[in-house]
Design a protein around this ligand. Structure first.
Ligand code: AMP
Length: 420
């Protein structure tokens, strides 16, 4: 992280307040590098992975520039963020709402796999910012529902994945619809020759910024996975938390709603816990963190959006109740444990739908998570399905005693952190 402050980057008070509310204290390197030139209106080619804070690196300048200058007449689409997946689109929209909460700008999401009518209605009501995946956006453009003639800033997010997913023609077709005079912010985790050629076809005199990928998985974290049906996750989690070896646990859910529900349910079962996420006030969040730090609260249920703000020593366990959609978030999550040379345990509860997410995590980290199958809720069908999607030959499984969480610590070490 950079030592620079957000206040020095040229952002207005409304945005600084929202950043403070989100619990961010200092800009990440990509934010320090990208925000000032993006605010100045120039084109940018940024190399940054998910997990580096890249969303805010483009979202904050967009919000700042759009709010600084209002336009006459009805609302028009002035910024477009194109991203490869529905999940990323929803996350970006969520971030725009978090950072833009004190502004009057409106964003909307256009993604496939869901009915288009609500999206068309949202477009009719007017949006300043559109976050979209290429296929649905192109569809809606073709049907005449999207006017991009007043666009000021275009963001291409995860350009390398766009190419991998075969979206390059769709992206090029969308770019042809954009005004030639615009700002282009081009983000990619890697810059291959194909990505560089796409970038040069759409940027004008761009500034290039790049940051190191997120930290590798700490070696002193034991990474475990438990295969469990979605419906059994809560019961399994309660069993895990009952173990005396779990002294301070951080539990991750994918959504704020999920975090609240889970914390409520755990509390009903007598677990000393609290929830922390972006919808809670800064005060409520600081109180929850202080209670967790001081040992008043044993279990904290959190979402990724606040994960970076959690700097608490002595977290014995990080439990991924939901696997993250972005493998980089996994690295950030489990980095909350095993601080200061301590040993930490990261347990991922994986249901059937999450197997592809598990594979992405293993691919990114270059490690195979140790399968723990001796628990009361082990689902052999999910485990078998996971084995089928695993590329290298599987290693032997560990078999700790049923219900004894401590024994998981010593089990299956052979597979832990084995490079692929
Ligand atoms: P991204 O790379 O945009 O997916 O961001 C990764 C995570 O970092 C998200 O959970 C963000 O909410 C969080 N984040 C982004 N910028 C900061 C910051 N300056 N301080 C703390 N957390 C941040």
């Amino acid at each position: 992280m950079s030592s620079q402050h957000f206040a020095n980057l040229g952002l207005s008070q409304s945005l600084l307040r929202a950043i403070g509310d989100a619990g961010y204290q200092i800009p990440t390197p990509i934010q320090s590098a990208a925000i000032p030139p993006a605010l100045a209106g120039g084109d940018l080619i940024a190399t940054a992975q998910t997990g580096t804070g890249k969303t805010a690196a483009f979202a904050l300048p967009i919000l700042e520039r759009l709010s600084a200058r209002s336009v006459k007449g009805p609302r028009a689409i002035r910024a477009l963020v194109l991203t490869p997946t529905r999940e990323l689109a929803l996350q970006i929209d969520e971030s725009l709402r978090v950072y833009g909460r004190h502004l009057r700008l409106r964003s909307t999401v256009l993604v496939g796999g869901v009915a288009q009518d609500p999206q068309v209605r949202a477009l009719r009501q007017g949006a300043d910012i559109v976050v979209a995946t290429p296929g649905r956006l192109l569809d809606l453009i073709d049907q005449g529902f999207v006017a991009l003639d007043r666009l000021e800033t275009f963001v291409l997010d995860e350009a390398d994945r766009m190419l991998d997913m075969g979206f390059v023609q769709a992206v090029r077709a969308i770019v042809r619809e954009l005004p030639a005079r615009r700002q282009t912010l081009f983000f990619s985790a890697t810059i291959s020759p194909a990505v560089a050629s796409l970038a040069s076809s759409m940027c004008r005199d761009p500034l290039t910024v790049s940051v190191a990928p997120p930290a590798a998985v700490p070696v002193n974290v034991e990474q475990r996975v438990m295969f469990v049906a979605k419906a059994d996750k809560r019961s399994l989690l309660r069993d895990l938390l009952r173990d005396r070896g779990v002294t301070r646990a951080l539990v991750f859910t994918r959504t704020k709603h999920g975090a609240n529900g889970l914390a409520r349910q755990l509390a009903q079962h007598g677990v000393n816990c609290d929830a922390i996420h972006a919808n809670k006030s800064q005060n409520a969040r600081q109180r929850a963190l202080a209670d967790f730090d001081g040992g008043l609260v044993k279990v904290l249920v959190a979402t990724d959006i606040v994960a970076r703000g959690i700097d608490v020593d002595g977290i014995s366990h990080v439990i991924n109740y939901d696997l993250p959609h972005e493998p980089e978030a996994y690295v950030h999550r489990i980095g909350r444990t095993a601080r200061a040379g301590n040993l930490g345990v990261a347990v991922s509860l994986c249901d059937l739908e999450e197997i592809p997410l598990l594979r992405s995590i293993e691919k990114l980290t270059g490690t195979s998570l140790t399968v723990v199958d001796g628990h009361a809720y082990h689902d052999e069908a999910i485990a078998a399905c996971s084995e089928r999607t695993r590329t290298p030959a599987p290693a032997p499984k560990s078999r700790p005693r049923r219900g004894d969480f401590r024994s998981y610590r010593s089990a299956g070490r052979g597979r832990h952190a084995s490079p692929r």
